[in-house]
Design a protein around this ligand. Sequence first.
Ligand SMILES: Cc1cc2nc3c(=O)[nH]c(=O)nc-3n(C[C@H](O)[C@H](O)[C@H](O)COP(=O)(O)O)c2cc1C
Length: 342
Amino acid sequence: MLVQELDQVERDTLVRAAILAPSTHNTQPWRFRFRRRSVEVHRDPRRELGAEDPEGRMTLIGVGAAVLNLRVAAASLGAHTMILLMPDPQRPTLAAQVSVGPRGNGNGDGGDGGSLGALYPFLSRRRTNGQPTAHRGIPGDVRDDLSRATACEGARLEWIDDRDRVRWLRELATDAGTGIAEADDPRQLVERQVWVGGRRTNEGVPSTALGPRSGSPPGPVRDLGVDPGDRLGDTAKLEAEPNLAVLSTSRDTPHDWLTTGQALQRLLLSATIHGVAASLLNEPTGHADLGWLVRDPKSGWTEPQVVLRFGYGPELPPTPLRPVEEFILDEHADDPTQPPGW
Ligand SMILES: Cc1cc2nc3c(=O)[nH]c(=O)nc-3n(C[C@H](O)[C@H](O)[C@H](O)COP(=O)(O)O)c2cc1C
C-alpha cells in the first residue's frame, strides 16, 4: 500500500534534524511545511540579514545545510529522497522541496543513502568551533574524505598549502572584518547588535559561543563581538598557520548557494566524524568587493563560497535553538511573505 503522508515519527525526525544546521549568526532562517510525503523548505524572511547579506546568499547557504540534514535524517530512516531546488518561481520563499519515499525501503537518497545515513548521529555533535586549535596538520586521508564529501554534493574543496595564500586569505578576512564592511554600512553594526553577543536562550550567537578574541596580530577567526563586554573579552594566541580550505562552486547563483550549503554541511558532518573542529572565516566571500580576491588565480573553475579553518580543538556546548514547533508552517497557510526590497 502506498503511504500518502509522512507520519509523526517521520516528521519529528526530519524537522528535528533540519534545525540543527548552521546559520549565519544563528538566525535559523528556515521554516518547513509538510505536503503529503514532501517537506517544503522555506526561507524565513523575518530572519534574513538585509544589511550584511542583501542578496540572501548566506541565508540560502544555511537553508541548503538544512536540506542536507533532511536528507541525512530520511536516509537514517531508510527512505529515498528526491530534491527540487527552487521548484516554483511564483513562490520565492520556497527554497527546496524534499520528497521522501517509503521508510525502510533501502539505503535512502539514491545510491548514496548508506553514507548519508551514517552522518545522522553526528548532526547534534557538529559545532562551529572558533577556539584555538592544536598546531597540527590534517592528515591526508582525512583531507581526502572531506574533499570527497564536498564533491559528492557538486562542489569543490581546495586545501590551501601555499603559505603566501594562507597569509593572503587571513589578511583579506581581517580587512573585511575590521572596518571596511562596518564603515560602509552602519546598519551592519545594528544587525550584529541584534544577533550577536550577550546571553541568549534560543537564537543568535551568545557571548559564550564567540570564542576568544585573537588579539594582535589578528588570528584566523572572525571577531564578531560588538557588545562592549565582548570587545573587551579575553584574547588568545591562535595558530599562526591555520589549516584553511576554500569551498567553491562552478557558478554563483542562488541555486549554487543551496548547493554550497549542502556540500558545506556534508563536509562539516564528515569533519565531526573525524574529530576535526571547523569554523568559517567567511568575511571576504560575503563582501562584494573582496570575494573575487579569494579565487585561486591558477584555477579555472571557481566561485569561492566559503573559507574554512580546520583543526583539533576543545569540545563545545551547542548554540541555542528555538523550539521545534516554531519552524512548522501550517499546511494551508500562505507562504511567508517577502520583506520589502525582495
Ligand atoms: C553561511 C554561513 C556563514 C557563516 N559565517 C561565519 C563566520 O564568518 N564566522 C563565524 O564565526 N561563524 C560563521 N558561521 C557559523 C554560525 O555563526 C553558526 O553556524 C551559528 O552560530 C550556529 O552555531 P553552530 O554552527 O555551532 O550550530 C556561518 C554559518 C553559515 C551557515
